[in-house]
Design a protein around this ligand. Structure first.
Ligand code: ACO
Length: 338
């Protein structure tokens, strides 16, 4: 989805619309659940969960909190960080697989919750890869001139689709939301521009059974529960994540040596470490939040971006790569300059 530079005449600089991150924000529910919580009801241990996944704790939404509540809190924080008001925003894109309702979209609930009276709002569903897909779509809207400012949110309540008797899945996931504000800025079409430089999106529906929810509106009429063949997903993740990151870097005209930060989907520390190794990136260039958040699906990348940004870790001009894989299987990456 890398748009070519606009044609330019002799002596005339080519301009392209880039999507620059102006602000970030996140929200984590108050309830923190440590690994020991699961040892009361399951044959598992803190040692196994930490050793196999790197997860130490996760947040779970309160009974009266829905995905839109988390998304609205993250969106408010991102708007504050960007110094913008709700009506400065032209579009809201929410990545989620755990919406409050079958419809309306969570994004329209966020729009109402923020008091926005203009613009448009819709959801994107690509499970753990959802934020990468949402970011690529928002970038497409900005490049096409459909919007100048887009609020992109990843928000999930995966605790609502867990099978609490399945130790292979229920210890992995957490709830949360993260958000970024994108704004159009003219660039000269080179990799020196700020903003999103390239995206790479992939899906392979033949692999749908590896990671799925066993219910839905038109099948069972229930929300269903998450089912995963973890070790197979693991193998696909390690193979596909480094490959998509390399493809996006290539499209941007950059290489792994140019990367200042890898902000990966936070599913499993071993997947993250293996991907960083394949990209020959030291772990001190990798943003890690998996220990504290667990796997928050589409929320994990914007959460990690927001946490790292609030710690002042990104400098203007840094090259950041995000990558994720999830149910579908769907996977992809985004390369941007901060
Ligand atoms: N505690 C103790 N033992 C466990 C637990 C647990 N919580 N969970 C599984 N085990 C056991 C298994 O039963 C198995 O036992 P057995 O050998 O007696 O049958 C053993 O541990 C090994 O199981 P594996 O599944 O092979 O373990 P693995 O090392 O692969 O780790 C894990 C499992 C953590 C799930 C890993 O496969 C993984 O992280 N997979 C990828 C998850 C992921 O990234 N998902 C994608 C994104 S999610 C999304 O899109 C919604």
């Amino acid at each position: 989805m890398t748009a070519p530079a606009a044609p330019s005449g002799p002596g005339q600089a080519a301009t392209v619309r880039r999507s620059v991150i102006r602000g970030t924000g996140h929200y984590l529910p108050e309830r923190v659940v440590t690994n020991d919580h699961f040892t009361e009801s399951l044959d598992t241990s803190d040692e196994w969960i930490r050793g196999r996944t790197g997860i130490e704790r996760r947040h779970f939404a309160a009974d009266d909190q829905c995905t839109s509540d988390l998304a609205i809190a993250a969106a408010r924080a991102a708007l504050t960080s960007a110094g913008m008001q709700p009506d400065d925003i032209d579009a809201i894109v929410v990545a989620t697989s755990t919406p409050d309702f079958t419809f309306p979209a969570v994004a329209t609930m966020v729009q109402a919750g923020l008091g926005m009276t203009r613009g448009f709002a819709f959801d994107v569903q690509a499970v753990c890869a959802g934020f990468v897909f949402a970011l690529a779509n928002a970038d497409g809207l900005i490049r096409a001139g459909q919007a100048d400012r887009v609020l992109v949110i990843g928000a999930e309540t995966f605790s609502r689709i867990m099978d609490w008797t399945d130790r292979g899945t229920c210890v992995l996931f957490g709830d949360g939301a993260g958000a970024v504000v994108l704004e159009a800025e003219d660039g000269d079409g080179t990799s020196d521009d700020r903003g999103i430089l390239a995206t790479d999106l992939n899906s392979d529906g033949r692999l749908k059974d590896l990671l799925h929810v066993d219910g839905g509106v038109s099948s069972t009429g229930t929300a269903g529960q998450l089912r995963m063949q973890g070790n197979l997903v693991f193998r696909h993740a390690v193979e596909k994540l480094a490959a998509t990151a390399h493809r996006a870097l290539d499209k941007a005209g950059l290489s792994a040596g140019d990367v200042d930060w890898l902000v990966p989907h936070q599913a499993n520390l071993r997947i993250i470490t293996a991907t960083a190794q394949k990209m020959q990136l030291p772990l001190d260039k990798v943003v890690l939040t998996v220990a504290d958040h667990g796997n928050t699906s589409a929320a994990s990348i914007p959460l990690a971006l927001s946490v790292a940004n609030s710690q002042g870790r990104f400098a203007k001009g840094d090259v950041i790569v995000t990558e994720a894989i999830g149910g579908g299987l769907s996977w992809g990456s985004v390369v941007l300059r901060w």
